[in-house]
Each structure stands twice: as structure tokens, then as C-alpha cells.
Design a protein around this ligand. Structure first.
Ligand SMILES: [Zn+2]
Length: 485
């Protein structure tokens, strides 16, 4: 059972002497309701986690749709109106609104219900779509990224409507089903639904806390460029005795191409790649340096012999404010047991770049393709295709909604949040800014050791329980925050 306020009794969040708990009078009316419904709430979280809504795998398309229908049903049940499972051309979007807070701001709430694939499944302690609770955590694919936030928003809205009969702000919900596969259809859906997405601010819940589970507000997100390189030689595998030495080997060629994309000091070798990178100001570098971060503990936590990255930058700068290039998958040739003496007919790699302000994914793809073509050996055919992308984004720290989010976090978790730049990408973030012209606040509660995208993804249940309260508090804070309405 969750206790409220969290610092009564044994505190889970002990941040030292300055943990004065600021009880917000406006939320105490929810406590009774939330305490009474704790078990049912956990069951509803588990039900959401049981849908294998893996957006990248076509065989899971029906699961994505079932998950969307389930969320739509939940929205209707708690009193949200105009609920619709809306077609995008890919996996559907779930929309719903509650617009009866006259004169109050309107918030567009975003989270995503799709999840990453679960391979390698044998590294999981329990089946990824059979949620298990251990040591104050819930373990399942999507437990953190990003069904935790779908769940928290549903339950915060439910608690407010059940106890007060109304919400302090107008809410429009948008739950996406393609975030983990580059949000391919969302921009068009946003363009086609501009009218019903009118709002004063977007609250995106798909981020997390800082190392040590310290409340954080993410100000910047990296963008993404995702590509595939295909190298082909002769139409069939060739005998390496009969032909070796006389023909180019596609697997060797691919390895050479990849080696020409980044040097040993972590510097990307694509001409023009860094041209649009917004360099860190001395003040930003200072802010990075002030964040509590233990490099050795970070390395040990990853079970790595050493960390790597671009020379001249700290680990936090490399993760948050510098672009990257990584091979995400590589295959070709003989992969079975034992030996087979061939020159493979073809070899392939999936390669992606995390991008920072002001890099553009289309421009970076063109530069990437030009570099691959420049270094590809002549004895093979090499093609490059773009698989996805998203723009980077940066939110102003002094926006009134950002400040309101900071107050809600401090009041709930007993500590002012730190401001961070996140290494991940939420392509839709830039879309909200550019297509809808709305400011974006990133309001997320995931513990940093959640293993998102990896085996044994898990979410700290206290973060979920307090997150629900912090969301309710943010809605209470916004009408007086000066952001329109
Ligand atoms: Zn996510």
C-alpha cells in the first residue's frame, strides 16, 4: 500500500536534510481514493502490460490494435469523452478529451503504448508479457517505456474525475502505437487532426529520472537517423578456395565501410556531419558538470571493462549533447555451427545516428549515403536506404509549464528536480513543436535503471504511485501558471 505523503514513516526517497515535505492541500482529496484503489490499480497496470504491442514486428499488429482498443475502453470508463481508436495507416492512435474546465489551459498529453521487441527472450528472469512484482518493481516489457506513463495518466485522470467530478485543466490524450518504430505515420496524423489538437502546451511522458532515481526534467532530446547498408557481390555464395583472392568479399567490404564511418577516438568521419551541431556553451558544460554522476558506478552497473566515446567530452555530454553513430545489427554469410568455406553473396548492417540540435535527419542521411558510397570498394554493389528518423529538440527551462512541472515534482518527491538532456529520441517531440506550434514539457518518471529496450525491463512502483500524484498536482498547478486558457 502506498503511503501519502511519501515522507511519513519510512521514506523511500531520502535526499538528505532538505527533504521538507510540502503538502499540497489541493491533492489530499485524492489520497483516500488512491489508497482505497491501490490493488485494483496495480491489476490495471498488469493488464496493460500483458499486450505484446511490439510495433516493429508485423505479426504483432493485431496485438497493437487490441492494446489501443483496451486503452480506449479505459478512457471511456473513467469519463474521458470523444474517445476514438484512430487510423494512421500503421498502428492506430488513441485519442480522447475532457474539455469542461472553462477558462483553464488545455494540455495535450502524449505517451505511447507500443513496445520494443523482447529478444533475446532467454535473458529475461520471467516472461516479458507476464508482469511480475519483485522488490518494489514490476518487471515486463513496456513496464517503464512507456506503458508506465499511459497507466499513470489514466489513473491520475480517473482519481480526479472520481473524487471531484471534474479536472482542473482541459485534457486531450494522444496515445501513439509507433513510437518504437520511428513514428512513421504520426506527422501526417497530426497534420490531419490539427483542429482537434488545439492546446496551450504538450506534456510528453516518455522520459525518466536522473541516476540515483533523482527527480528530473528533461530539456533536450536527441534526434535519430536510421539506415541500412546492403552490400552484394556475386548472386550466389562462392567457394572461397576457388574464388578467394580474385573477388571482393561483401562481408569484408561491409566491415571496411563501417570502419570508415567513425575513428578510434569516437569522432564520426562523415564529411559535414558536425556542421550543424550546436556546440555546448561554457554555461551548459558547467550545468553538466554539476550533475551528481559516478562514472565508475555507471560503468560497473553496465558490467563493462571501460567506457568509450568522443574525445574531449564527459560521459554526460556524450550521452546528452553529442551526436553518435552505431551499428545496431550486422549479418551475412555462414552463421551455422562448424565451418563453411564461402565468400558470401551479400552482407548487411543497420546503422543509426543519434542527432543533436540543430542536425536534420534528412541532411544527415544524405551525408551518410555519400560517405558510404565514397568508401565502398568497387568489387561489390553497395546500396543505402533510409529506415527512419526524427529531429532533435530542446525545451526552454524558463517556460511557465516547465516551472509548474518542477513545482509538482518538488511537492510530490520532496526534492527540486535536476535538469537533464536525454540521449534518447522522441521524434514526435519536434513534430509537436513544428506541426502544431506548441511548447513541449517532458514530464516522465522512469527510474534510470529500468532496462528500457533490454531484457528485464522494470519500473519502480513508488515512481508510478508518486508519478500519479505528481501528474494530478501538475494539473492543479497549471491554471495559475500563466500559460493561456
Ligand atoms: Zn518510449
Amino acid at each position: 500500500m502506498a503511503t501519502w505523503p511519501p515522507h511519513r514513516g519510512r521514506p523511500r526517497y531520502d535526499f538528505g536534510p532538505n527533504t521538507e515535505t510540502r503538502m499540497a492541500t489541493t491533492i489530499t482529496d485524492l489520497d483516500t481514493y488512491l489508497d482505497a484503489n491501490h490493488d485494483r490499480r496495480l491489476e490495471s497496470y498488469k493488464a496493460l502490460l500483458r499486450f505484446p504491442s511490439i510495433s516493429a514486428l508485423p505479426e504483432h499488429a493485431p496485438d497493437c490494435r487490441r492494446c489501443a482498443e483496451h486503452i480506449a475502453g479505459e478512457l471511456r470508463a473513467i469519463g474521458v469523452e470523444h474517445v476514438e481508436v484512430s487510423e494512421t495507416g500503421g498502428h492506430p492512435v488513441v485519442y480522447g478529451d475532457w474539455l469542461h474546465a472553462d477558462g483553464a489551459p488545455t494540455v495535450l498529453v502524449y505517451a505511447h503504448y507500443d513496445v520494443q521487441p523482447v529478444d533475446p527472450v532467454d535473458l529475461w528472469d520471467s516472461p516479458p508479457f507476464d508482469p511480475a512484482v519483485h522488490d518494489g518493481r514490476i518487471l515486463a516489457r513496456g513496464a517503464a517505456d512507456d506503458k508506465s506513463h499511459v497507466h499513470m495518466h489514466l489513473r491520475a485522470t480517473e482519481a480526479l474525475l472520481a473524487t471531484r467530478g471534474r479536472l482542473p485543466v482541459n485534457l486531450r490524450f494522444l496515445f501513439e502505437g509507433e513510437e518504437e518504430s520511428s513514428s512513421e505515420n504520426l506527422d501526417r496524423w497530426l497534420e490531419n487532426n490539427r483542429e482537434r489538437l488545439k492546446a496551450d502546451v504538450v506534456v510528453i511522458s516518455d522520459t525518466g529520472f536522473f541516476e540515483g532515481n533523482i527527480p528530473a526534467i528533461t530539456l533536450g532530446l536527441r534526434g535519430l537517423m536510421y539506415a541500412q547498408i546492403d552490400v552484394t557481390g556475386s548472386p550466389v555464395d562462392l567457394h572461397s578456395g576457388g574464388f578467394g583472392g580474385a573477388v571482393e568479399n561483401p562481408a569484408n567490404a561491409l566491415a571496411r565501410i563501417i570502419a570508415e564511418l567513425k575513428d578510434r577516438n569516437g569522432r564520426i568521419l562523415i564529411p559535414g556531419f558536425y556542421d550543424d551541431v550546436a556546440e555546448l556553451s561554457p554555461k551548459e558544460r558547467e550545468a553538466f558538470a554539476e550533475l551528481p554522476f559516478d562514472e565508475d558506478a555507471y560503468r560497473d552497473g553496465l558490467a563493462l571493462p571501460a567506457l568509450a566515446g568522443e574525445e574531449g567530452f564527459t560521459v554526460l555530454e556524450r550521452k546528452g549533447a553529442r551526436p553518435t553513430l552505431d551499428v545496431n545489427g550486422i549479418w551475412g554469410g555462414f552463421q551455422g555451427e562448424g565451418t563453411k568455406t564461402i565468400i558470401p553473396a551479400h552482407a548487411h548492417a543497420k546503422v543509426s545516428c543519434r542527432l543533436v540540435p540543430n542536425q536534420d535527419p534528412d541532411t544527415i542521411f544524405e551525408l551518410f549515403r555519400a560517405r558510404v558510397e565514397e568508401v565502398a570498394p568497387p568489387g561489390v554493389r553497395t546500396t543505402v536506404q533510409k529506415l527512419g528518423g526524427g529531429k532533435p529538440s530542446l525545451t526552454p527551462m524558463d517556460h511557465p509549464a516547465t516551472k509548474a512541472a518542477a513545482r509538482a515534482l518538488e511537492a510530490t518527491f520532496g526534492r527540486a528536480p535536476v535538469y537533464i538532456r536525454e540521449g534518447g529520441s522522441i521524434p514526435v517531440c519536434a513534430s509537436f513543436e513544428s506541426i502544431l506550434g506548441l511548447p513541449v514539457v517532458l514530464f516522465g518518471f522512469v527510474n534510470p535503471d529500468c532496462n528500457a529496450h533490454a531484457p528485464n525491463e522494470s519500473m519502480v512502483l513508488d515512481n508510478v504511485e508518486l508519478g500519479i500524484r505528481a501528474i494530478a498536482r501538475l494539473w492543479d498547478e497549471l491554471p495559475g501558471a500563466g500559460i493561456g486558457g
